[in-house]
Design a protein around this ligand. Structure first.
Ligand SMILES: N[C@@H]1[C@@H](O)[C@H](O)[C@@H](COP(=O)(O)O)O[C@@H]1O
Length: 375
């Protein structure tokens, strides 16, 4: 009896893998899922936002644990704001409190200039204050602030994993439609759509929403060794469709992930509403095949490699020698400087500074941002 087609397919991959393994050496190999997709993008689909968020949080924990960070070689994590990652942070906090993960040797860089990170994440885990990097929208010299941010990222050895969210227009961080795909950290004028979307943080008063923001650039995100993006809700379905089924396009800056060697997008069913059925089925089958074969997404253990096959024997020595990282000694004071040039969103969020830190674990899962902030 002939095996089912998917067995043939898997067998074909395994055969490819075998022929690429150097002869005469005992190696344990893994296939990267991106190698069997049309682009490199891995799309993970979960039933709802809670399950998608849990997947991402567990994945981040897995990656930090596997990296085994130390003070000399910290794990560098890029982080977003917005309502999408709130459940991810909640899950990370829970796992931290359960003793599953420490953030002691994790250095963070935020995508843009919000302070909500303290409320939802930093205040609840053991991340060292000197390891937290957030753009300061109150800096006197904004250009220098942006330049220094890029330098700090470089100094710490680059970002290992950039977690991101998107706006309904497909923007990543605050890289609005039309942003250069080569852009780096800079001041960005916000699109009207984004101003409307962010008005929920400002009592729905459009006039209160800042018109500009500091943000990492598209290229800053693409430079990370891995990018993981969470997309949930039907209002982001059109953006997901453009970014997955369309080409690379500066009007949908998330689509730039197609240029990245290790991007993963984790979505709920609602976000897939605009995708073709065959696209959804295909990506689901990729995960199913991987599960059946007993492997998940595997990243190169060495920082410079982007190979289909991973060599577990040779990697560790290269990895250590290639990553003498220094934790930057950065002043992360949240206080505003004397004459603010550009007020950050965080400064205008009603009562965010005065309400104090709440235990986010007690919040209902899908409470809107505005409701949380004004409570
Ligand atoms: N700069 C932020 C993005 O980083 C975020 O991804 C987006 C979506 O936010 P939400 O997750 O609340 O939809 O909002 C803002 O534009």
């Amino acid at each position: 009896m002939s095996p089912p087609p998917r067995t043939y397919y898997c067998a074909y991959i395994l055969e490819t893998q075998k022929t690429r393994v150097p002869t005469g050496r005992t190696t344990k190999t893994h296939i990267h899922l991106p190698s069997i997709t049309a682009s490199n993008i891995i799309l993970i689909i979960r039933d709802d936002a809670a399950l998608a968020s849990q997947y991402v949080a567990d994945y981040i924990i897995e990656r930090i644990t596997a990296f085994n960070p130390t003070p000399e070689r910290p794990f560098v994590l890029g982080l977003p704001t917005g309502s999408s990652p709130v459940l991810i942070y909640r899950h990370l906090v829970q796992r931290h409190k359960a003793g599953d993960i420490s953030f002691k040797h994790v250095v963070t860089f935020n995508m843009d200039d919000h302070s909500f990170m303290y409320k939802h994440f930093f205040s609840h885990v053991d991340v060292a204050p000197e390891n937290i990097n957030i753009l300061n929208g109150n800096a006197v010299d904004l250009e220098a602030e942006c330049h220094d941010y890029e330098e700090k990222i470089k100094k710490v050895g680059g970002i290992e994993l950039f977690l991101g969210g998107i706006g309904p227009d497909g923007h990543i961080a605050f890289n609005e439609p039309g942003s250069s795909l080569k852009s780096r950290t800079r001041v960005k004028t916000l699109a009207y759509d984004t101003i409307i979307a962010n008005s929920r943080f400002f009592n729905n008063d459009l006039t209160q929403v800042p018109r500009m923001a500091l943000t990492v650039g598209v290229q800053t995100v693409l430079d990370a060794r891995e990018v993981v993006v969470i997309i949930t809700g039907p209002h982001k379905a059109a953006a997901l469709q453009k970014c997955i089924e369309g080409g690379v396009n500066h009007m949908w800056t998330l689509s730039s992930l197609q240029l990245h060697p290790h991007p993963m997008i984790v979505v709920d069913e609602d976000a897939t509403l605009e995708l073709q059925v065959k696209t959804v089925k295909y990506f689901k089958s990729i995960e199913m095949v991987a599960n059946e074969l007993g492997f998940r997404q595997m990243l190169p253990r060495t920082r410079k490699r982007d190979s289909v096959i991973e060599d577990h024997i040779t990697s560790s020595a290269e990895e250590v020698s290639d990553s003498k990282l220094q934790v930057p000694q950065i002043n992360v004071s949240r206080s505003a400087s004397t004459s603010p040039v550009l007020e950050p969103m965080s400064a205008r969020i009603v009562s965010s500074a005065t309400t104090g830190v709440q235990d986010v674990l007690e919040e209902p899962p899908l409470l809107s941002m505005s409701a949380r902030i004004s409570s």
